[in-house]
Design a protein around this ligand. Structure first.
Ligand SMILES: Nc1ncnc2c1ncn2[C@@H]1O[C@H](COP(=O)(O)OP(=O)(O)OP(=O)(O)O)[C@@H](O)[C@H]1O
Length: 452
């Protein structure tokens, strides 16, 4: 349910008796909040109150209707203004309507009723507009730039809470998590839930830009700053002005550039490469990394001062394999959306396929899951997607030194995969992996592995 906000009406009328009459009539609707002003000046001074509707007496002691209407429309172009005049004058009426008045009424015995009807109509339009924008906002909150962050696991609920809190201020946010866990999605959600949603969201991936170009990419350059700088280029920091700058893979930033970035962030102004004029900027910063940034600091690869400048509100995204049943929820949504986008009849995952997804370690996390189930949807023959349709890499191939998993997690995943392939046959798995069966039994006992 949308809260019913009052419909704010300004009555601008110097004739006290008539003004009070209008206030009384319009105030008969309990949702109306009506204020009267006897001069144009008093009304203009209170426009910050954001009225929804104004009745304007054409002849005020301190200004003529045209003047006041112009000032109102300059400040609040969306507000509807009804001009009320003591005289019938077609020329004036036309001129006022041209200037954007909603209607022009002449004071007679019907004025109050006509005004009442007009206010009713305008109020309905304003309420629809408000409802629309509230719904958009709510959609933005839930979906951040149109894409939902799915997940019911407690850890993801916590992430959603942090996103909401982060969006309320301009605090720097540092998002961490393995590849494909949704770091960029989180950054977008924060931006689109924040007051900066209508401003730019600029994403820069530090790992994707050649080292020698990072500085000019971030800070811009002047024409002729270096060979190849044929024209002036505004940097990404300036591009994000007023909005959000998302620096992905921040740990990949060169040490020398780390120092420059720190200075720029502290001074809140940037000088383009080859330039000598500092340009002020206002950006909300969100950084992300799949590495342990503190470990990078300890290893001397990341500046400690920059680390503390960037830490802000940390949001840690858990790997998909630690989100319980979310993997199935995500898989089902991805299948459903893919079918809808490609005009395919709806497809369902069989119990076997669900079990296979539930036990796969997904080193590529949500990105991998999405790719796997979409391909399975294409490969499936009928309306059922079976375990065999899932193009999952086997344990060893799926893992790798760069997967970001700890040794223990990799070991567990390899054993789990092997067990799955051998239908839970512990002895066969132990033989194939050349490990003792008691190792596997102990892992099952400690609930690191699932069987059956
Ligand atoms: N919770 C989620 N709900 C729905 N889709 C998700 C979720 N998390 C990630 N995705 C989807 O998974 C894909 C990867 O997400 P994203 O690019 O945000 O990950 P990332 O952590 O930034 O990856 P990288 O580390 O490679 O930069 C995207 O298609 C994204 O829409």
């Amino acid at each position: 349910m949308m809260p019913t906000l009052p419909f704010k009406i300004f009555v601008v009328e110097d004739n006290e008796w008539y003004g009070e009459l209008l206030v009384h009539r319009l105030g008969q609707n309990p949702n109306h909040s009506v204020l009267r002003f006897a001069t144009a000046k008093a009304c203009i001074e209170q426009l910050g109150e954001q009225p929804d509707f104004i009745t304007l007496d054409y002849s005020l002691p301190d200004a003529k209707g045209e003047q006041v209407l112009r000032q109102i429309k300059e400040r609040l172009p969306g507000v509807e203004v009804i001009v009320i005049s003591g005289q019938e004058d077609v020329g004036t009426a036309v001129s006022m309507l041209r200037q954007g008045a909603y209607d022009y009424l002449v004071k007679d015995e019907n004025t109050l009723d006509r005004l009442w009807n007009i206010v009713g109509k305008v109020e309905q339009q304003v309420r629809l507009r408000r409802e629309n924008s509230q719904l958009r906002q709510q959609i933005g909150v839930r979906f951040g730039a149109g894409q939902p962050i799915l997940g019911e696991h407690q850890s993801m609920q916590h992430v959603q809470t942090l996103i909401t809190k982060a969006a309320r201020t301009t605090i720097t946010v540092s998002v961490s998590g393995e590849t494909g866990t949704g770091k960029e999605l989180v950054a977008k959600a924060i931006h689109f839930q924040s007051g900066r949603a209508a401003q730019p969201f600029v994403a820069v991936n530090m790992a994707a830009i050649p080292r020698e170009l990072v500085e000019s990419e971030l800070f811009g350059h002047e024409k002729g700053a270096f060979t190849g700088a044929v024209a002036r280029r505004v940097g990404r920091l300036e591009e994000a002005n007023g909005g959000t700058l998302f620096l992905d893979e921040i740990a990949d930033l060169d040490l020398s550039l780390q120092a420059k970035l720190l200075r720029v962030l502290q001074e809140r102004e940037v000088t383009r490469v080859g330039g000598n004029q500092a340009v002020a900027f206002d950006v909300r910063l969100i950084v992300a990394t799949h590495r342990d940034l503190l470990a990078e600091v300890q290893a001397g690869r990341f500046r400690e001062d920059l680390y503390y400048r960037l830490l802000g509100l940390p949001i840690a995204l858990p790997p998909l394999r630690q989100r319980g049943a979310d993997v199935l929820l995500l898989a089902e949504v991805f299948v459903r959306d893919f079918c809808a986008q490609n005009n395919l009849p709806p497809r369902q995952l069989t119990d076997d396929a669900r079990e296979r997804l539930r036990t796969h370690p997904f080193p590529g996390n949500v990105r991998e899951l999405k790719a796997v189930v979409e391909l399975a949807t294409v490969l499936a023959d009928g309306e059922l997607i079976d375990a065999n349709d899932l193009p999952l890499r086997s344990g060893r191939a799926a893992m790798g030194a760069s997967s970001g998993l700890s040794l223990r997690e990799q070991t567990t995943a390899i054993v789990q995969n092997c067990l799955d392939e051998l239908n839970g046959d512990v002895l066969a798995a132990a033989a194939r992996l050349r490990i003792g069966k008691s190792t596997i039994y102990r892992m099952i006992q400690q609930q690191e592995l699932r069987v059956g």
